[in-house]
Write a protein that binds this ligand. Structure first.
Ligand SMILES: Cc1cc2nc3c(=O)[nH]c(=O)nc-3n(C[C@H](O)[C@H](O)[C@H](O)COP(=O)(O)OP(=O)(O)OC[C@H]3O[C@@H](n4cnc5c(N)ncnc54)[C@H](O)[C@@H]3O)c2cc1C
Length: 489
């Protein structure tokens, strides 16, 4: 008999869960608080510019293909993927730049030029990283994280040593490389996705394999094209989608969620997937006795960073910028400490500049540039206008010093986005941008559970549960939760 399932939130996790459940023949109702679908990957248009609001690095193309294939599609049916070359640029002290080539042989040469003997080490590093990617992305991340027995068939115990689940990423990288620049290049993905490299398991060198071996891609038209494709799939599968419909309460009857209340309307349901921020779903939509965790539990968790963002339209071209440019011209450890340990506005921040108009003419008027600045900061900071402006000037000064020309006088569109916007728009706990950090103590079964311990028909998906933050993991999360729910219906 068909069951009626409510999905809360239309990010990658919610859209993915909803489509998989509908594909299995269930009646699915998807509730989204905002006007637009896509969650952190929304898009807006202003003064001729098209801005992706969140993700901009398209890594792990195989994960997207695997998702689309479930529904008889490939990514090509929704967008053209372009391989970026160079993949990205890193700027160091004194505006010294390192362009990271897409081609692996050229990358080896670049390593060798920077540190003698490092090309051979990079090849070795990548053999291990490839193994972790193969095991991790094809196997581990599709586990629901409910029982240790899930790993028995993976002969994980035998391979724990090689997968390096219990050793530090930071140490691992330093066993291979000495050059601070190469170390920064290897460490940036884990830092930006949510933890101090020394607290991150070396398992996550699979991210280096994803970024440096599988390529950095860009979906023409912007990241929102992925959301549009996923929305089309959801509609074709028969998902009922409600926009501007924030869920305000989950009513409980006999240890089951019996009704979803959204915007004053009430709907009887058989099961629920909460794919909005986990903390919001259980701490705000459920009565206290039905929650998995206490406020104290959440307060102790290590959250991935929030971000200060600027969406900028520039009325000229800025030739020196690449599609992705990372400003690593200050001390990485200090900034990481100020994000994760003694949380405060950074003394000397690192930041990232995205310029998609380098690749895609559709995102800016002709002869102009679309810029997106991102500075990771601790979740929970106060972000009044004056502090945003202070860091705007800090970032722009460094950007101008690198590109060697004035940009600020050519800004024709400017909008900032920070902690309070994440809270207001997404009900994000402490205004986090990327969910829960991937630390050793917050990996796999140690993450908040995808299943309610109190209510038989309530499940959780998204970047605060398994497998973790990022677009590919969120996409996977929805599929994992749908499978688990269907098993137990
Ligand atoms: C600035 C930024 C840059 C990023 N860059 C990258 C990148 O380059 N590459 C990458 O892979 N990842 C990146 N990420 C991370 C990635 O975007 C996220 O991990 C992913 O989008 C999270 O998807 P989700 O479905 O878990 O959550 P969300 O996208 O947050 O979706 C949750 C949805 O629930 C809705 N909601 C909340 N409360 C309610 C309610 N009560 N009722 C109904 N709906 C509700 C929200 O409005 C939202 O639409 C970035 C994130 C940010 C913010």
């Amino acid at each position: 008999m068909t069951k009626k399932i409510a999905v809360i939130g239309s990010g990658f996790a919610g859209l993915s869960a909803a489509s998989c459940l509908a594909q299995a023949g269930e009646e699915v109702h998807l509730f989204e608080k905002n006007e637009q679908l896509g969650g952190r990957s929304r898009q807006f248009k202003a003064d001729g510019f098209t801005f992706d609001m969140g993700p901009s690095w398209y890594w792990m193309p195989d994960v997207f293909e695997r998702y689309f294939k479930r529904f008889g599609y490939t990514s090509k049916d929704f967008y053209d993927l372009k391989l970026l070359d160079p993949s990205f640029s890193m700027i160091f002290e004194g505006n010294e730049e390192m362009k990271v080539p897409a081609n692996f042989e050229e990358l080896c040469q670049m390593f060798e030029n920077e540190e003698k003997g490092s090309a051979v080490k990079l090849r070795k590093f990548m053999i291990e990283a490839a193994y972790k990617y193969e095991k991790g992305v094809n196997d581990l991340v599709y586990k629901p994280g409910l029982s240790l027995l899930e790993f028995a068939d993976l002969d994980l115990i035998k391979n724990t040593f090689r997968l390096q689940v219990f050793s530090s990423f930071s140490k691992h990288v330093r066993q291979y490389f000495k050059s601070p620049k190469l170390i920064a290049l290897m460490e940036f993905p884990v830092l930006f996705l949510g933890a101090m490299p020394k607290d991150t398991p070396a398992l996550y060198s699979l991210m280096n394999y994803a970024g440096l071996k599988l390529g950095t891609w860009y979906p023409m038209g912007g990241f929102h094209k992925i959301v549009e494709g996923m929305t089309r799939i959801a509609e074709e599968q028969g998902v009922h989608i409600y926009k501007n419909e924030p869920v305000t309460k989950l009513a409980v009857h006999q240890k089951r969620v019996s009704r979803v209340i959204a915007n004053g309307h009430s709907m009887d349901i058989d099961a629920v997937v909460g794919s909005a921020d986990y903390n919001h779903v259980e701490q705000h939509l459920l009565e206290e006795q039905y929650r998995n965790y206490t406020p104290k539990y959440w307060a102790k968790k290590t959250f991935a960073p929030s971000s200060l963002l600027f969406y900028l339209g520039v009325n000229k071209k800025v030739p020196k910028l690449q599609h992705h440019t990372l400003f690593f011209d200050n001390n990485l450890d200090l900034h990481a400490q100020e994000i994760y340990k003694n949380k405060k506005w950074p003394t000397k921040p690192l930041f990232y500049v995205c310029c998609p108009s380098k690749t895609d003419d559709s995102v800016a008027p002709e002869g102009q540039e679309n810029l997106f600045l991102l500075m990771p900061i601790a979740a929970g900071l106060k972000d009044e206008e004056s502090i945003r402006e202070k860091y705007y000037q800090v970032m722009m000064e460094r950007l101008e010093s690198y590109v060697g020309e004035n940009v600020r006088n050519h800004i024709v569109y400017k909008k900032s986005y920070c902690v309070s916007n994440f809270i207001e728009d997404y009900n994000a706990y402490q205004g986090n941008a990327y969910g829960l950090a991937n630390t050793l103590m917050q990996t796999a079964n140690l993450k908040p559970s995808i299943k309610s311990k109190k209510l038989k028909n309530l499940y959780f998906a998204g970047q605060l549960t398994v497998p973790g933050p990022g677009v590919p993991p969120s996409l996977i999360s929805g599929q994992v939760v749908a499978k688990e729910l269907l098993k137990n219906l």
